[in-house]
Write a protein that binds this ligand. Sequence first.
Ligand code: STR
Length: 533
Amino acid sequence: MWELLTLLLLTLAYFLWPKIRRPGAKYPKSLPALPLVGSLPFLPRHGHLHTNLFKLQEKYGPIFSFRLGTKTTVVVGHHQLAREVLIKKSKEFSGRPYVVTLDILSNNQKGVAFADYGPHWQLHRKLVQATFALFKDGNQRLEKIICQEISLLCDFLATQNGKSIDLDYPVFLAVTNIICMICFNSSYKYGDHEVKVIQEYNKGIVDTLDNDLVNIFPWLTIFPNKTLKMMKNCVNIRNQLLDKILQKYKEKFSSNSITNLLDILIQAKLNSDNNNSGPDQDSKLLSDKHILSTVGDIFGAGVETTTSVMKWTVAFLLHNPQLKKMIQEEIDQNIGFGHTPTVSDRNRLVLLEATIREVLRIRPVAPLLIPHKATSDSSIGEFAIDKGTRVVINLWALHHNEKEWLQPDQFMPERFLDPNRSQLISPTLSYLPFGAGPRSCVGEILARQEVFLSMAWMLQRFDLELPEDGQLPSLEGDPKVVFLIKPFKVKIKAQSACPPPGCTSGLGIPSSPFLIYEAWITLHLCCRCLRLW
Ligand code: STR
């Protein structure tokens, strides 16, 4: 009996022990590792993974490794090494490792976010980029689409005047509609049941995605697993919803009018099918399942990330009312109330822009990015990295490096401004909120415009204040696949009716109406109009 058990354990250890390393090569320092479980017992259990890995740097240096199951993971926590991985050696490190839950979500690594390096990922990434190019100018200008939705968002907020609300739903709806326009030229009305469905399955996916032991020990999938079941359920609901949209859309698709992501993907498929020499290589990579995965990625990424950043920004403003006031004054002085903010106001509203940059520094959307994988034997700095190794970029470490940032734990937007506070600056290279290189965030321009415009519009029209109970949002965060903020409420206060009843310019918002007596005319102007005037 005992002999049998020993034999079984030895066989298991043989298969689960990592491969022989390259002789003579220098590898990053590693956490201790035991057979079967790897370094799991030596990784801190409490607290956030990104801060724990950052703390481990004190002992192990800016690059170190640990083993989970059979897989070696290298953690990179310095900007120079991170740039080497993401930019300089991007070809060798643009792979994505196999992860059980991500594999379910991406239907075997289809789509763009979680697909391994190869022709399939290259094709889909190229097609997504081509989609964003459709929205550069003209009637379909990105800015125009964003402003339409923000305008509706602000109109909704106006109906909530004086109330304390969670911004989650209205912001989610606005951001969903923007991404819907980009994906299929459609949008949802306030209260549409389908939006609730999307919100729910998204939550289910985000909650369960990197929260399971099966990602460390894939063989655990042989046992019943509640989390995995819930995740599969949410993914199924999402796939059904997207498939319904895709099938319906195919009926009205026309090659003469390519205006969104679905058009681009369907057209690419038709082109490769109609190739003179019969369907070409690309055709297989553009099946309905492939199309669905790419749309799913863009949809999920476009909604969850931006909603989260907007809520974080509002939370930091509630914690820093003085800063909020200064941003409102900046809006007042540079834009006033005659027109709504535009993207071109970004270099005028520098304090707002600096605030957004600081939010992305102190609470990055993805503190550990998405794991990369070495596609061939390579090196990072002086260390050898074997093919197949997982490489995690600890963005949190880059953004909290004390040698690069003054008091990194403090929220200080002015670090992104010159001493005169009139121009934006890049204080250090240790800042990559959207990643870098070929795997960098494909929606960066969209995201930056969405957050800037929505904050500028909202702060122009509303005061965002603490709710009645005075409860400040928690800034601790909830690290899921996106670094979420815990739910909180904010009191919406319209900056009075605009224009005020007596304001003859028709522009302003009253604080204390001024009365100007001239020989012929009497003007009632609110103080803001007067400044404009
Ligand atoms: C959110 C929930 C969902 O329904 C679909 C997706 C797929 C794409 C994911 C997205 C998720 C979360 C944020 C990700 C994005 C791809 C890129 C983005 C991970 C799980 C980030 O890197 C932050």
